[in-house]
Design a protein around this ligand. Structure first.
Ligand SMILES: Nc1nc2c(ncn2[C@@H]2O[C@H](COP(=O)(O)OP(=O)(O)OP(=O)(O)O)[C@@H](O)[C@H]2O)c(=O)[nH]1
Ligand SMILES: [Zn+2]
Length: 343
């Protein structure tokens, strides 16, 4: 069927209907907020945003008698956008619905570009990025380096994790041992586990204790298997959730915060699992290679591209063995993949 061209008048009417609907939703929300604020609100207390639904959030009480309880909350209109992992001041209402009064400062932000390419926070206060790789699918150093750059850029500690250790064999061990040696030499913490066979999982659990973590890595490395093994009996499928926005009700996926039984928290969503694969600048890439740090700014030319320039500190370090050739190759590969404007 041919697509019917809408007349200007029809488009105008549709926009108008949508605007009116959005205005009504905002009014409803503000009326509910007024009612709540006018009624019996509990005292101010500290909470943790464990899920986010556009104009409402789910908050877990962190202190007082209600500690551990979860409550849907409305947001006061003057609040900045909240994301999963945010700590907030909130007040409980008598209908089981509360009000967020203030956002507490974030210690870190994970950001991703939105549909317009603008960076938006998707999770707050994450302090450990677990970068998962495996013998299968083939572990590319380049991909691990991209995640490391993203972690360094966000100022969040990375933890490297080789999963499917049960699949290490004569054929792939040379490649994998090379990778492990490279990252150990750089001082990155590294664990080896098998989500299937359980080896190393206790140690991983201990490592996650006391942290707010995210798991990132290529599709198929076993992130779901790891999370399911660490959160037995919890349905972690981050499925579509019904969200009420100014534009009506539609479904969306949101990041969710889970508590590990052994301690520590996980923030998970399909978007977060691929964190780090987008948007980085040339400067981010350079700063993300930790062994370059002390050398940056010491080349003879200020705009040195560390390619063939005389007096280049990075090339000298490569020659002296202070930079590993595979990391230099990875750096060049990542730079070459940046959009021309950044290069
Ligand atoms: N041999 C072995 N296989 C594993 C292990 N962990 C996961 N797998 C398998 O690897 C495959 C991919 O695992 P998933 O947990 O779905 O991987 P994922 O990283 O969550 O993948 P996406 O959902 O695509 O992001 C599945 O067939 C798992 O059964 C492990 O420790 N050993
Ligand atoms: Zn240089």
């Amino acid at each position: 069927m041919a697509k019917r061209q809408l007349t200007r008048r029809q488009t105008w009417r549709i926009d108008k209907v949508q605007e009116e609907r959005a205005a009504r939703a905002a009014k409803r929300e503000s009326r509910m907020l007024d009612e709540l604020e006018g009624g019996d609100l509990g005292p101010e207390q500290i909470g943790l945003v464990i899920a986010h639904f556009g104009i409402q959030v789910e908050v877990e009480a962190l202190d007082g008698e209600q500690a551990g309880q979860v409550c849907r909350c409305h947001l006061r209109t003057n609040l900045p956008t909240l994301v999963t992992g945010d700590r907030v001041v909130w007040r409980a209402g008598n209908q089981g619905i509360g009000v967020i009064v203030a956002q507490l400062p974030r210690s870190s932000e994970l950001c991703r570009p939105d549909m317009r390419g603008q960076l938006k926070p998707v999770a707050a206060n994450v302090d450990l990025i677990v970068i998962v790789f495996a013998p299968l699918p083939h572990a590319h150093a380049n991909l691990i380096d991209r995640y490391l750059i993203a972690a360094e850029h966000a100022g969040i500690q990375p933890q490297l994790l080789l999963n499917k250790a049960d699949l290490v064999d004569e054929e792939n061990s040379t490649h994998l041992n090379g990778l492990l040696t490279t990252y150990r030499q750089l001082g990155y913490p590294l664990l080896e586990v098998s989500a299937h066979e359980g080896g190393g999982m206790d140690e991983l659990q201990k490592r996650l204790d006391g942290h707010v973590s995210v798991f990132v890595g290529q599709s198929g490395v076993g992130k779901s298997s790891l999370v399911n093994s660490l959160l037995p009996g919890v349905d972690t499928r981050v499925g579509p959730l019904s969200e009420v926005t100014g534009k009506g009700t539609h479904t969306t996926t949101t990041a969710r915060l889970f508590h590990f039984p052994g301690g520590g928290e996980l923030i998970d969503s399909p978007g977060i699992r691929e964190f780090g694969l987008g948007h980085v600048s040339r400067d981010d890439v350079e700063a993300g290679f930790i062994e370059f740090r002390d050398l940056l700014g010491t080349c003879r030319f200020r705009d040195c591209k560390h390619d063939r320039e005389p007096g280049c500190a990075l090339l000298k370090a490569l020659e002296d063995g202070r930079i590993q050739p595979n990391r230099m190759a990875s750096y060049r590969h990542i730079l070459a993949s940046l959009p021309a404007a950044e290069y």
